[in-house]
Design a binder for this molecule. Structure first.
Ligand SMILES: Cc1cc2nc3c(=O)[nH]c(=O)nc-3n(C[C@H](O)[C@H](O)[C@H](O)COP(=O)(O)OP(=O)(O)OC[C@H]3O[C@@H](n4cnc5c(N)ncnc54)[C@H](O)[C@@H]3O)c2cc1C
Length: 405
């Protein structure tokens, strides 16, 4: 079989790339090894698919970090979240904004997004072949030779959209990395990202079931330098921490390879001095009451008791010594706890690391190592925080690949 464009992988990126290439009139084949395309879209956002974000411009780019944000600038400016929303709504899926600047289908069904993309694939004229694994790819003459379950396929251009390593059961097994490496690309170290964190500290697991809001969580390197800070919900679990803030920090925790620490600021709105003055004042007016009653009320009773115990500040407010008060303030403002790792790729929503970005033309997604080869989606060394940023990057990079392949 001969085709002009072969797109490998029918996840978010591959579906978009195939639609764009075929709409330009390019004879396009989309090859997917699973029986069903878009499995990761289906399980995303708890089955509701957090498609994108309301953030825009430089603020949006900054969410991916400095270098990755710079690489994504052209993709995100030529296909910003507003354009992705219009694209999906025009395909028949009304969207709405929810908490944390997230965009979801009004129907709350990720299935609707997949169905809409499949309708567009069909209308574009691209041929989708499911249950067709690509086993190998090699540059040959002016094009590529693909070894597939359907037999050999010759393609003038290839778009690789095979994803990363997270959630293997959805088909992400890292096949694209080996092919890229063989074609001269560098693959940066890969780590699980956006995954729950594993913590041993008994006080953490004792708070299982509690959700904290309005608390800062930061990841620190072994020298105590802060790498990333988040003020988003934190869920205590029987294994450690989950929820948006801890999951956002997982990539950095993994990169620190067992040497990371987390730091909680339970009262980010108050300085140490203001907090200290608050306890002094409370001791004057309500000296007979327990110390825990003077802790900020956005913290649940179990959390307040735990923090007071960790600071060794139990007893009445009047009986609180200056030293114990200082320890309590420090516990509330900068409680540190070691964190070894996340729950790993099986629980990671995304892969940090991938094909090195300086080897890809950011305006077209074409490889600088192999003409005719285009790379997009999670396969690239790009990852963003929770909030629709990973689909946004996948769709925007895939659109460019499809427009140029
Ligand atoms: C549980 C979970 C929830 C998530 N929720 C969100 C969310 O709400 N919002 C958000 O922005 N992001 C979310 N993400 C991240 C998002 O799903 C990914 O960033 C995005 O799906 C990446 O798209 P992709 O097309 O690059 O890769 P993938 O979706 O992984 O697609 C790659 C495709 O390539 C196929 N493939 C691989 N190798 C081969 C081969 N050899 N031959 C043929 N086909 C092959 C795979 O089967 C797969 O279908 C979530 C991820 C997970 C795991």
């Amino acid at each position: 079989m001969h085709t002009e464009v072969a797109v490998i992988g029918a996840g978010a990126a591959g579906l978009m790339a195939a639609i764009q290439a075929a709409q330009r009139g390019r004879r396009t084949v989309l090859l997917e090894k699973n029986r069903h395309p878009g499995l990761k879209i289906l399980i995303s956002g708890g089955g509701r698919c957090n498609l994108t974000t309301t953030r825009t411009g430089a603020d949006l780019e900054a969410q991916y970090g400095l270098a990755r944000g710079r690489f994504l600038r052209h993709a995100l400016r030529s296909f910003p979240p507003t354009a992705l929303r219009e694209f999906v709504e025009a395909a028949g899926v009304p969207l709405q904004e929810e908490d944390l600047e997230k965009i979801f289908p009004v129907s709350q069904k990720a299935r609707d997004i997949v169905d809409a993309l499949l309708r567009l694939v069909q209308r574009s004229g691209a041929t989708l072949r499911t249950g067709c694994a690509v086993r190998g790819i090699a540059a040959s003459g002016t094009g590529f030779a693909l070894d597939t379950d359907l037999g050999p396929i010759r393609a003038d251009s290839v778009v690789l959209a095979t994803g990363g390593l997270s959630y293997r059961k959805t088909g992400a097994t890292g096949d694209g990395y080996a092919w890229c490496r063989a074609m001269g690309h560098t693959i940066t170290a890969t780590w699980p990202a956006l995954a729950p964190l594993l913590l041993d500290a008994p006080w953490v697991t004792s708070l299982q079931g509690i959700v904290l809001q309005g608390v800062d969580l930061a990841v620190l390197d072994p020298s105590g330098r802060e790498r990333l800070r988040r003020r988003r919900p934190i869920l205590f679990t029987h294994r450690g921490l989950s929820g948006p803030a801890p999951m956002d920090l997982a990539g950095d925790v993994e990169e620190l390879q067992g040497k990371a620490q987390l730091e909680f600021d339970f009262v980010p709105e108050l300085t140490r001095e203001a907090l200290d003055a608050h306890f002094v004042q409370e001791a004057k007016v309500r000296g007979a009451r327990q110390v825990a009653t003077a802790l900020p009320m956005h913290l649940q009773e179990r959390v307040r008791d735990t923090l007071v115990a960790l600071a060794g500040a139990e007893g009445t407010l009047a009986g609180l010594s200056k030293v114990a008060r200082r320890r309590l303030v420090e516990t509330l403002k900068a409680l540190r706890v070691p964190v070894r790792k996340s729950l790993g790729f099986e629980h990671a929503e995304v892969t940090r690391g991938g094909v090195a970005l300086d080897e890809i033309d950011a305006r077209t997604m074409q490889s600088r190592k192999q003409p005719g080869l285009y790379l997009c989606g999670e396969l690239l060394d790009v990852d963003g925080p929770i909030g629709g940023f990973n689909f946004q990057a996948a769709f925007a990079t895939a659109r460019l690949a499809g427009l140029h392949a």
